[in-house]
Ligand binder design. Structure first.
Ligand SMILES: Nc1ncnc2c1ncn2[C@@H]1O[C@H](COP(=O)(O)OP(=O)(O)OP(=O)(O)O)[C@@H](O)[C@H]1O
Length: 248
């Protein structure tokens, strides 16, 4: 079932086009990967989906509602969450405290990054989430001391703590070791099993991550969606091979 749709969405920075006439539909229960060379417009597409910047043209629909004019906070409250290429969290707080803060924000409470406002008992949902994201042995660790792989998984877990319907993951394995990439792919498979209606959209340059996870791939180039198909269709397409994937 289609949950999120864009119609002719464009975005220009100071008159220079970065996203051009993007029309796409994203289904719940599916993983869609946006791929393409540096500067293709993937992060810009994410930013317009999340409401960080206004599209210059076009519209966006979420669950039957026109959300084109909704700001990022309203979209987040409606269930559209995102992560960034460089992970963001409260580095002086523990892993558990970061998760609890996100959980509270997802319950409609304000972000108040002070320990005194955190709940005394940890909801079972948070324990399950920590287990799925392989953070259960790190709950007491200060977030700022985590290595890159764990930090990125904490950011993922923080987004999931808000129980989103759409999750936008910008380069979820960027800067990770090969070993950490494998763990993160397994984590994301488990996340989809645990939340079978989640609409997961990710960008990645690592094709082993894309082909291990995606049900569908959008190939972008120069701000446009060049191809939209199953991994087999995109991998077998001449345009994908000549513009991005290469012969192998
Ligand atoms: N804030 C900005 N101001 C001006 N130009 C920008 C801004 N953000 C992105 N751009 C430009 O828009 C184009 C698309 O960039 P974008 O970051 O969306 O591509 P990308 O596919 O995500 O690239 P990468 O894989 O390197 O992250 C590029 O030409 C980039 O230089």
């Amino acid at each position: 079932m289609t949950l999120l749709e864009t119609h002719g969405m464009s975005k220009a920075y100071n008159g220079v086009p970065a996203l051009v006439d993007a029309t796409a539909a994203f289904d719940s229960g599916q993983v869609t990967a946006l791929i393409g060379p540096n500067g293709a417009g993937k992060t810009t597409f994410f930013g317009t989906l999340a409401g960080e910047h206004r599209a210059t043209a076009g519209s966006i629909e979420f669950d039957g509602h026109d959300i084109t004019k909704w700001d990022a906070d309203r979209r987040a409250r409606a269930g559209i969450a995102r992560t960034f290429q460089v992970a963001r969290q409260f580095s002086s707080l523990s892993v558990l405290e970061n998760l609890l803060l996100s959980y509270q924000a997802g319950q409609g409470q304000w972000w108040r990054p002070w320990r005194t406002f955190l709940p005394r008992t940890v909801p079972s949902y948070i324990h399950e989430l920590a287990e799925v994201t392989r953070l259960d042995n790190l709950l007491g660790r200060t977030a700022g001391t985590l290595p890159q792989g764990d930090r990125k998984r904490l950011e993922l877990a923080m987004s999931l703590a808000q129980d989103p319907r759409v999750l936008l993951l910008d380069e979820p394995t960027a800067g990770m070791t090969d070993e950490d990439c494998v763990v993160t792919v397994d984590v994301l498979k488990d996340v989809m099993t645990r939340s079978p209606d989640l609409c997961l959209i990710l960008t990645a340059h690592d094709m082993s991550v894309v082909f291990a996870l995606a049900h569908r791939i959008l190939l972008m180039g120069q701000g446009q969606i060049l191809l939209d198909g199953t991994p087999e269709e995109v991998a077998g397409h001449e345009l994908a091979r000549t513009t991005y994937l290469g012969a192998s």
